[in-house]
Every structure is written in structure tokens, then in C-alpha cells.
Ligand binder design. Structure first.
Ligand code: SF4
Ligand code: SF4
Length: 115
């Protein structure tokens, strides 16, 4: 089976080479082999395979890697296309006056509908 690839060129993953010490922890925790390490130098090898899980950023001791972790880029794109205000969880913010969804919950003081 081929490598999973998400929507192209939308991943928020960033690597700051100045801060990176080449410890290799990000490679160990990445489930999709997005990063590579050669002679102590890390680079983003396969950006579009990143699922924005956030494991690399959480475990990097030098804050060299950052990513907007959430449910993934697809949700943000779909919500934007629908004119919805984005959020980084499984919920989307619905205007109160147009939401008839009984399955609403509260997050951060806003009323949201859950998937
Ligand atoms: S966010 Fe997850 S999938 Fe993306 S590079 Fe980091 S560890 Fe790998
Ligand atoms: S965990 Fe951070 S410091 Fe270590 S190799 Fe990865 S980016 Fe560089």
C-alpha cells in the first residue's frame, strides 16, 4: 500500500533549522516518516504526509518544530468553503440564530455543533 497523502500544500508544519540540535526525537515520534535526519541535519522530507498530529512539536526539546495540530487540514478547508468560522476541534461554530441542531455542546463559551 502506498503512503497516505493529505490535501497538498496546506500543512502548517515548520522547522527552524537554527534551533534544531539534530537530536532525532521528532523522527522517533512521527507516525508518517515526514522528517529525515542526515548528518545531524533534520529536514521535512514528505510534507504532504503530515497529519498535523503535533507529536513532533510536543516532543521537540528546542521548539524547533511547530505545527497547528487539530483534526487536519480537510476540516479547515471544508469549513472555510462553507463560510464557517474555523476551529481546531471536531466542532464547527454555527451562528446561534440558524442552528437547529439538538446535538449542540459548549466549547470556550461558544455554542457549537459536534460531529
Ligand atoms: S505533526 Fe505528526 S505527522 Fe506531522 S511531522 Fe509532526 S509527528 Fe509527523
Ligand atoms: S526534535 Fe527538535 S531539535 Fe530534535 S531533531 Fe527534531 S526538530 Fe531538531
Amino acid at each position: 500500500m502506498g503512503q497516505l497523502v493529505y490535501i497538498k500544500d496546506v500543512v502548517t508544519l515548520k522547522l527552524d533549522q537554527e534551533k534544531c540540535t539534530g537530536c532525532g526525537i521528532c523522527l522517533l515520534v512521527c507516525p508518517h516518516a515526514v522528517l529525515s535526519l542526515t548528518n545531524g541535519s533534520v529536514k521535512i522530507e514528505n510534507r504532504d504526509a503530515c497529519m498535523e498530529c503535533g507529536a513532533c512539536a510536543q516532543n521537540c526539546p528546542s521548539d524547533a518544530v511547530t505545527v497547528n495540530a487539530g483534526v487536519g487540514c480537510a476540516a479547515a478547508i471544508i469549513n472555510a468553503a462553507l463560510g464557517r468560522e474555523g476551529d481546531s476541534c471536531c466542532c464547527v461554530i454555527e451562528p446561534k440564530e440558524t442552528s437547529n441542531n439538538a446535538d449542540t455542546c459548549s466549547k470556550g463559551g461558544k455554542e457549537v455543533s459536534c460531529c
